[in-house]
Design a protein around this ligand. Structure first.
Ligand code: NAD
Length: 390
């Protein structure tokens, strides 16, 4: 045997000198031989055990996206207390755990009629990777539990890059994240910027960008956030979004500003990109470049009458997307103009969902089960479509 290829908490893979991959189930201190998997069986059979810590807006969506895949499964989701989100977890058949280890907090679930399988430590015991979907800046306090449990971890965009040490978007830096101990899927806005800017950068070899994020005030399910009757500039210039793109693609020279507006549906970006001399692009070829990249939808507002974020969301509901989500970035064809070396465009971001498939690709990157980001993206999206009957 040539040593261990990889381990999960319950499966161990080792490559035989002959090249065949062998699979063992780890039971206590025993390693029980299960099967020989042939030359390239790992990606086919390894079922990655995924825990979701924080079953809220992002957590419940990531859980379903995981459930849709054949190479990973949900081993549990956490709630802080027995609130209404527990019902969805029960209906989906996801084992419910308490975010905390305190006995009284765990016992509160049973009193409310829910079966709680234990605290966070119990959940981490049965997981290979945890997706932390706790509220922004709350997740940092969970990191030591993940490290102590020896479980890989994925944080969300509300956490700081420096706390995690790695950031992730599928098209920008999947390879750099391969086999890492943990990463952070960047925010919805940064994911959106990355989707359209990375292909431009890759074509041009250099790129300078100025952009303004017109941000939704709150998610539809939020009752505490605002503004509800004002436009609120982010009085920190640049806003964090541009610099955040540089955590996944440092070569893109980008600055951003941001304003929050009273809407819950989507964010809208107004982007000006300065292309280098000799870029060789036209407005039409920029659109073609994006059309050839996954998770970007391009539509003509004048022709379709989809001219605002309200119609974009109605479109998402019409085509049967669960929760009315739109994982893709929406670009208005007639809002794109390349004037010499300066490219102007608008794009709309469904904040609750564009990061969801990226979390799935990030799981594969950390577990080292798929090194080609395009293969992972295609697999992720196909499985989600099938799962939702689309
Ligand atoms: P949310 O408030 O909808 O859900 C957070 C969940 O975590 C809730 O169920 C909450 O009870 C639970 N929780 C509270 N304290 C916890 C703790 N200590 N440990 C674990 N869980 C805890 O928040 P959300 O909108 O899903 O955001 C989650 C993360 O995703 C944040 O980092 C956020 O910045 C990021 N994000 C949010 C959006 C969005 O539009 N909602 C988009 C992209 C990224």
């Amino acid at each position: 045997m040539q040593g261990r290829a990889t381990t999960t908490n319950s499966l161990l893979f080792a490559r035989h000198a002959g090249g065949e991959l062998l699979c063992f189930r780890v039971s206590g201190s025993e390693e029980v031989f299960i099967d020989g998997l042939g030359e390239q069986g790992l990606g086919k059979v390894m079922v990655i055990k995924v825990a979701i810590n924080g079953y809220g807006t992002i957590g419940k969506r990531v859980a379903d996206a995981v459930d849709a895949q054949d190479d990973m499964e949900i081993v549990g989701v956490t709630k802080t207390r027995p609130s209404f989100g527990c019902d969805l977890a029960v209906r989906k058949g996801y084992p419910l755990y308490c975010t905390f280890d305190e006995k009284e907090k765990i016992a509160a679930f049973a009193k409310a009629g829910y079966t709680c399988h234990g605290g966070l430590t119990d959940l981490l015991d049965v997981a290979d990777v945890v997706v932390d979907c706790s509220p922004g800046k709350v997740g940092a306090a969970n990191k030591s539990a993940y490290v102590d449990a020896g479980v890989k971890f994925i944080f969300q965009g509300g956490e700081k890059h420096d706390m995690v040490g790695m950031s992730y978007t599928s098209s920008a830096n999947h390879e750099a994240n391969l086999n890492a101990a943990g990463t952070r899927v960047v925010s919805c806005n940064t994911t959106g910027l990355s989707r359209t800017l990375v292909p431009l950068y890759e074509h041009c070899g250099s790129l300078k960008v100025e952009c303004t994020m017109i941000r939704r005030a709150a998610d539809p399910g939020d009752s505490k956030k605002g503004p509800i009757n004002a436009i609120k500039p982010v009085l920190k210039v640049p806003s964090h979004h541009g610099p955040d793109v540089m955590t996944v693609k440092p070569e893109i020279d980008i600055n951003s500003m941001a304003v929050a507006v009273p809407t819950t549906l989507m964010h809208c970006h107004s982007i000006v990109a300065f292309l280098p001399e000799g870029h060789g692009l036209t407005t039409a070829s920029v659109l073609k470049l994006w059309a050839e990249h996954p998770r970007i939808i391009i539509m003509n507002g004048g022709e379709t009458n989809i001219t605002t974020t309200a119609e974009v969301m109605e479109y998402a509901r019409d085509i049967g997307r669960k929760w009315g989500d739109l994982h893709e970035i929406f670009v208005w064809e007639d809002g794109v103009k390349l004037d010499g070396n300066t490219l102007y465009y608008f794009q709309a971001i469904h904040q609750e969902s564009d990061v969801i498939p990226e979390n799935i690709d990030a799981i594969r990157a950390l577990m080292g089960t798929e090194s080609d980001w395009r293969v992972s993206v295609a697999k992720t999206d196909k499985a989600i479509f099938a799962y939702n009957g689309l």
